[in-house]
Each structure stands twice: as C-alpha cells, then as structure tokens.
Design a protein around this ligand. Sequence first.
Ligand code: NAD
Ligand code: MG
Length: 390
Amino acid sequence: MRRVSIFGATGSIGQSAIDLIAREPDKYQVVALTGGRNIAQLARDARALRAEVAVTAFPEYLGDLQAALAGSGIEATAGEAALIEAADRPADWILSAIVGAAGLAPGLRALQQGTTLALANKESLVAAGPLLMAEARKYGATILPVDSEHSAIFQALVGEDIAKVERIIITASGGAFRDWPLEKLATASLKQAQTHPNWDMGQRITIDSASMFNKALEVIETNEYFDIRPDQIEVIVHPQSMVHALVGFVDGGLMAHVGPADMRHAIGYALHWPERGHVPVERLDLAKLGKLEFRAPDEVRWPALRLAREVIEAGGLTGATFNAAKEVALDAFIGGQIGFMHMAEVVEEVLNRTSSDNRLDNAVITLDMVRKTDHLARQTAKDIIRQRQA
Ligand code: NAD
Ligand code: MG
C-alpha cells in the first residue's frame, strides 16, 4: 500500500484527487487530509478514506473538526504548525493543493522527507521556486507538476534531452472575457469573472484565468520547472482547452499534449508516475470536436502576461512579491473594492515600489525572506488600494 497525503483536500484539486484514490482503496493508505473551513467535507472524506489525521488550517474550527470525527479514531488537529506536522508524517506521495502562498511551508516540509511531491500549488513555485528546487535536490525528493500545462510539458519531455528543446508553448483558454471588447473589461463583474468557459475550478484560479494572472503564474512556473531560457516560453490562446501545451524541438518537431479539460488526468499522471495507470477521464472524439483554434495573446487585454516576463527578468524575490500582490488585488476585486482591470495596475505598482529590495541572488533565498517579502508586498498592495479609494 502506498502512503499518500493530500494538502488542500477539500478544494477542487483535492476533491479530484480523492475521487481517484477512492476508486482503488486497496492501493492507498491515506495519511493526512487537510482543509480549511469546510469541516463537514473534510471529516466525511477522512472517515471514508480512513485517514490517520485530518487538519484544518484554522484553529477556530478545531472543535467542529473534533466533534465531526468523534468516535472515528482519526486525529483532529489545527493551525499552521499542525499542517507542518502533517507534512512531516512519512508518505510516499504528497499532493500540495492548498491555494495561495499558504501552501509553501507545508510543501517545503514535505520535500524534506524526500518524498514525491505532486505540486498543484503553483503559487509556492512562483514565490520560492529556487528554494523549492534546491530543497528537493538536497533531500532527494521528486517534484511532479500538477497543472495541466506543466504535466503536458513533463510528459512530452519523457526520454528527451532538454538541450534539444527550442521552445515550450503553453495554451490559455482566454478565460471568461476572451471575446469581450477591450473597453468593456473595466466593467467586468465578479459573477462574470468567476465563470470559466471550459474548466470547473476553485473561485480564485477561475478569476485568475479571466485576467490571465493564472497564465502569468504559469509562465513563471514553466521557467522554474524546465531548464530553458525565458524567451523560449510562449503563450497561445486556445479557446477549446484541448491542447494543454506543446514542446518544440530543434528538428522542428512539435509534440502536443491533447486531452479533455479534466484535472484528474494531470493528477492521475502524477499519482501513477513513473508508470501509467487507468484514469477515468473522457476519451476525446476528435471528429466530434471538429476544429481547434489558436490565436496570439493580446498584452493590452492581459497585462499580467507582460508582468510575468518582468518578474522572471528581475528574479530574486520578485516572484514572491508578484504572487502576494496578486493575491491581495484578487481579494480586493472579490470584495468589490477595485475593478477587474485595476488588479494588474495594483500589482504593477507594487512591483515598481519594491523592485530594489527584490533583486537578490536566487541562491541565498530562505523561507524567512520569502515570508517577509510576501508580508511587505501585501501591505504595499493594501496601501495602494486604500489610496485609490480615498
Ligand atoms: P480551492 O480554492 O478549490 O481549494 C483550496 C484548498 O486550500 C482548500 O482545501 C482550502 O481549504 C485550502 N486552503 C485555503 N486557504 C488555506 C490556508 N490559508 N491554509 C491552508 N489551507 C488553505 O483551490 P483549487 O482550485 O483546488 O486550487 C488549488 C491549487 O491548485 C492552487 O494553487 C491552484 O492554482 C492549483 N491549480 C488548480 C487547478 C484547478 O483546476 N482547480 C488547476 C491547476 C492548478
Ligand atoms: Mg494550468
């Protein structure tokens, strides 16, 4: 039996992973499941999968969790330290699917036990990519991408020499406002932004898809995972979300990864790696699909894409600032304090104000530095939002 843990088990990715694991109960021993405020879901899954421990990130929910698990023999714990403790429990496979920078510390700790970390929490890679990669090397851990594009690239590179890669192309659906006239974007509402044309995902990543901040994070993520130059990474708009990424080689060959918009493929690939196992996603009927479209992305419509290039160029702690500022701007959009197009303006201003502090050699970055940078960026973003409202 393989020991597995799921961080962010109650979320969209976590639930898809549970769907896969629950189909083969004899193969997996579930160690830890973690969640946030959805205690009923967390307790239900912990009972169904006979987890050793269930963790809520928020201490004020510990009583509810204990009550929901009463008589089950499953441990209930809460808070940041409990998440770290859960990441310390020996497991063969750990899924990092907490949303946002909160996923960084548990992910880092998981790597330190030399495990296989299936990484959906792209924010941790954006905020602290060099640190995560260095820890993985140091402890002999493996990081497997759980993002449709990066899983696709990873699969296209099996058996290949990265030195023979000319370019990597990641696709973007274009999100909710792909076809809106540019001048209308400023009026985009929360309800409109959180409806994705193709994927069923958590609220935050859905809005990030409409603004292309998700793709911006993914360009940075590509730069962290694969040993190529930033100018070799391209983004293309592909409304059908069937081709997830393409890898172009020096001989002109272009390997495309095609599949349905269902994250269980990328999760399943990471779960069964290095082998391939059965994954119950829809099998594509290409004749029914008819055609696939591709268009160049428009950086006026999606300024986040330009910012991503600037973040890579600046390096150091700039990614941590970018991610934190983006999280605050997103909160402000969700809370109705700023408009849709203001999110990129806020993030850009935070980057401008902090640029001199962020330039740093990647090799000297520590978790503490990332935390401080994250904190400062959040404060700066909040100040900017407050000033705008005044
Ligand atoms: P979600 O909002 O559906 O779920 C997030 C999970 O994180 C929940 O279990 C929640 O309880 C937990 N959580 C929230 N705040 C927390 C905190 N402060 N501390 C600890 N736990 C906390 O999110 P999601 O859509 O499942 O996305 C999870 C991660 O996977 C994100 O990093 C996202 O970018 C990435 N991802 C998601 C998809 C997708 O299809 N949903 C695709 C690719 C990558
Ligand atoms: Mg993706």
